[in-house]
Ligand binder design. Structure first.
Ligand SMILES: Cc1cc2nc3c(=O)[nH]c(=O)nc-3n(C[C@H](O)[C@H](O)[C@H](O)COP(=O)(O)OP(=O)(O)OC[C@H]3O[C@@H](n4cnc5c(N)ncnc54)[C@H](O)[C@@H]3O)c2cc1C
Ligand code: FES
Ligand code: FES
Length: 495
């Protein structure tokens, strides 16, 4: 086996002597690449953002920005990354570097004051700069001076720049206006741009990894069958996919596992198929990939994604990880409960399909055994047409839910034929609002029915008071959520 290494800014760099839990952030900084900064070490600030060459959605390779503070360096064995230092073109000895177009725009538009957040913003901005389907609006061009006046909405620039690309980056001193101006002013990559050219070739294939240091091992197998056999032999092994939960455990709670097994690149967990009667989403397809590949085909998921963490987190995080963590305030379970999803669980002997409604058994507990993996999530078709996902949180983006409510309703001729409602944040596990579903089904979709059902919904679960919200507030939000859905849909349903 070739020694574990990462291609950093075009140069092969051995991972040794980093420990298996060492993050990409520490790995880079220990090698002098100190442009990549640590702000929080828990995925909240984006100061550590770097670009990774990943399988593309519209081109063979996408440059994807990720939080280097969460990903173990060993997880990128054989992969290619670009840091803020690698974006500028360094001249011959002594000659000044030529700034990358996003660096140039940030500099000339005053997007950087203390500069601590700047390399992270630059990498997130560069990922959006290279996004193949970003396109300038025909009538505005990408050379606008301030950029902001020509935009078609307040979250997209005239150059097609999606401001959500920066939702995981925080700046404490510049103020976001000049940063937005810089983002909205970048043009298109030229044909000679090496990173634009790189998109036309395949990204590095995943490589089998067995990286041991100081008694701890990071393992990546080629196939699902080998991985499942390994999990049977090593019940103590810790499985990681995108590492957005695991990385926080390592950094903040000092988790040190003897054996970590990566599953994020297993081909069997990376398929997304639309069949006649269901959609199957591989557990290790990232949230960003699902969002782009489904492109709105599952409207309830399309409502979920923009409210789930930040673009940086969604670029690594997976549905398998969200369900594997089993948090009662995870955002995908309420949505998947409303969609009546099932999980395909695989072990070394075969597979079983478990309805998500029967998966969680207690606080962060499930029916999944340690030697089993979630291989895929199955969403039955056809989909209910009236859907909504209401996430009640303190901030609109990049925040954890106090309460999350997902609705999927069939309403025909003004009558609720079927109601499925998933709830998060009101019990030890995500739950279905069964009493409310019963209170709606067979009834007219009228203000009277909805007010009565909202009273039932307020009583679902056993909400607690904590630092995010009081139990009374959580209950009140459940009821409000149904009233809001009714107000939003009445016109659409009656027309
Ligand atoms: C800053 C920040 C913001 C966040 N915001 C949100 C948010 O808004 N909403 C939300 O719901 N979550 C949020 N999260 C949590 C996290 O991003 C999600 O839970 C994400 O989906 C985890 O996916 P992952 O692939 O990174 O999981 P990992 O960290 O790789 O794994 C998480 C757990 O799941 C297990 N696991 C992973 N894949 C599988 C599988 N296929 N089968 C069985 N077990 C598996 C792992 O063993 C581990 O125990 C946030 C996290 C951070 C750091
Ligand atoms: S250091 Fe804050 S997100 Fe990584
Ligand atoms: S420039 Fe100081 S934190 Fe952003």
């Amino acid at each position: 086996m070739v020694a574990a290494r990462i291609t950093v800014n075009g140069k092969e760099t051995p991972i040794s002597p980093a420990a298996p839990h060492t993050t990409v952030l520490d790995f880079l900084r220990e090698r002098g690449l100190t442009g990549t900064k640590e702000g929080c070490a828990e995925g909240e600030c984006g100061a550590c953002s770097v670009l990774v060459a990943r399988p593309g959605v519209n081109k063979p390779t996408d440059w994807v920005a990720v939080n280097a503070c969460l990903v173990p360096a060993a997880a990128l064995d054989g992969q290619e990354i670009i840091t803020s230092e690698g974006l500028a073109t360094v001249g011959e000895s002594g000659a000044p570097a030529t700034l990358h177009p996003v660096q140039e725009e940030m500099a000339v538009r005053g997007g950087s004051q203390c500069g601590y957040c700047t390399p992270g913003f630059i990498c997130s901005m560069a990922a959006e700069y290279y996004r193949p389907d970003r396109c300038a609006h025909a009538d505005s061009g990408s050379d606008s001076d301030s950029g902001s006046d020509d935009s078609t909405d307040h979250e997209h620039g005239p150059n097609g720049f999606d401001l959500h690309a920066l939702s995981g980056n925080l700046c404490r001193c510049t103020g976001y206006r000049p940063i937005r101006d810089a983002a909205y002013a970048v043009g298109e990559p030229t044909d000679e741009d090496p990173l634009a050219q790189r998109r036309e070739q395949s990204p590095p294939a995943p490589v089998a990894t067995e990286y041991t240091q100081d008694g701890a091992t990071f393992l990546r197998k080629d196939t699902l069958a080998e991985t499942l056999q390994l999990l049977r032999e090593r019940p103590d092994a810790v499985v990681v996919a995108g590492s957005t939960d695991y990385g926080v455990e390592v950094n903040i709670r000092s988790r040190r596992a003897e054996c970590v097994v990566a599953i994020d690149r297993l081909p069997e967990l990376r398929e997304l198929r639309v069949e006649a009667d269901h959609i199957e989403i591989g557990a290790a397809v990232t949230l960003t990939e699902i969002e782009r590949r489904l492109d709105g085909d599952v409207p309830l998921l399309a409502e979920l994604f923009p409210q789930f963490a930040s673009r940086l987190i969604r670029n690594s995080g997976t549905l398998g990880g969200n369900l594997g963590t089993g948090s009662p305030i995870g955002d995908s379970p309420p949505v998947l409960l409303a969609l009546e999803a099932s999980l395909v669980l695989a072990d070394a002997d075969g597979e079983r399909v478990v309805p998500l409604a029967e998966y969680f058994t207690g606080y962060r507990q499930s029916v999944r055994r340690p030697d089993e993996l979630i291989r895929a999530v199955r969403i039955p078709l056809p989909l209910s047409p009236v859907v909504a996902f209401h996430k009640i949180a303190k901030r609109r983006f990049d925040d954890i839910s106090s309460v999350a409510i997902a609705f999927a309703l069939d309403i025909e001729g003004g009558i609720v034929r079927k109601a499925r409602i998933g709830l998060g944040g009101v019990a030890a596990t995500p739950i279905r609002a069964l009493a409310t579903e019963a209170a709606l089904e067979g009834k007219p979709w009228s203000a009277e029915t909805v007010e009565a059902a909202a009273r039932v919904l307020r009583g679902e679960g056993t909400p607690m008071s904590d630092h995010r919200a009081s139990a009374i507030y959580r209950s009140a939000m459940l009821g409000q959520s149904l009233l809001k859905l009714h107000a939003q849909t009445t016109e659409a349903v009656s027309s």
